[in-house]
Design a protein around this ligand. Sequence first.
Ligand code: UD1
Ligand code: UDP
Length: 363
Amino acid sequence: MKKIVTVVGARPQFIKLAVVSRVLRRQAELQEVLVHTGQHYDHNMSDVFFEEMDIPKPDYNLGISGGSHGEMTGKMLIEIEKVLMTELPDMVLLFGDTNSTMAAALAAVKLHIPVCHVEAGNRFGTLESPEEVNRTVTDHVSAINLPCTESSFRFLAREGLEKTATVVGDPMYDAFRYYTDRLDGSELRALADFDGKPVSLPTEVYYMTCHRQENTDTDEKLRNIFDAMEALDAPTVYPVHPRNHDRAARLVREGGYQKIILTQPVGYQTSISLVNHAKKIVTDSGGVQREAFFAGKPCVTVLDFVVWPETMRNNCNQLAKPDKADILAKLSVPVIFDPAYQPFGDGHSAEKIVEKIKEFLQW
Ligand code: UD1
Ligand code: UDP
């Protein structure tokens, strides 16, 4: 019997966990122990994903959230180490680049427990991004790195990590395909505003998500993005991350914006339904920019750095500054999707991830 401890904490990790854990739980002679750090904790940032995506209830919830990066990461490191010392797993499985990821990687490697890192190898080229710090540290202490794409593999190779790395495709693509097939439109009828009142979805919409600290920690940048969306030919649906809930509500009120529909964060199926339904997408999310690509929707990413270069081919995804003119200019650039170009795998990366773990553990 082998034991794997999987550590998650933030919204995008629940989505990746859903598809990988479904395959892991089918394996004989394997016990998966699930640890939720508590980093995301509101019902519609956490429980909704476990319920909708049929993820087992976590064995541990550490209840750690908020505070500075160091404080959050430090508290997680202390508590995850205790769990690992109790459970003594054969491997720790981690996703992405949040503070939960890096804390678990450090706790595991210090106890000589091998780490498997899914979604390894992305690089912006600057440690100013907290996620860049988290993924670089995690990649360098992991026994197995499983990048989604060839470009991420090349970053790992450049840092001498080639021998640890195998391209497995993107579990977000697995999830997108699996759940898109199961959408029936009811998910869009669940949209609610900040007060919980139902929102009726216009026929034509833009979909926007924006939560990065770089874009949302001052009024100016978020207001510039709203100015751009207000100038478009259809309304924008914007489910707001709790980080900037108050700022978004105030700016919309003060600015008198008529075309920006603020909602509570939505569940995964509502989010991908919005991706599929939207004319175009404006985001700073790593996940949403890939989902736009999966759905063949033009996307503008309000960030300074390319995270997923594959999505940028033929202008399918373009970077913009948090600036009205730049966002509008990028939204009007013609885009060509090539259905033969599938850089994110075949929708079965979860199986490949589990195969790599089995190979490593010789089980
Ligand atoms: C984190 C990840 C980011 C990822 C994002 C996914 C890090 C460094 N960043 O950013 O990579 O893209 O999750 O969404 O780990 N809050 C609530 N309720 C919640 C969750 C958060 O109120 O359920 C508030 C808290 O006040 C918290 C703030 O949002 O302080 C920011 O949350 P945090 O987890 O620190 O960062 P994210 O912006 O969510
Ligand atoms: N998402 C969601 N509800 C929302 C906004 C986003 O389910 O209100 C989904 C989105 O479709 C994608 C994932 O969350 O699958 C992306 O997570 P997020 O943007 O929080 O993090 P990132 O991908 O930037 O790390």
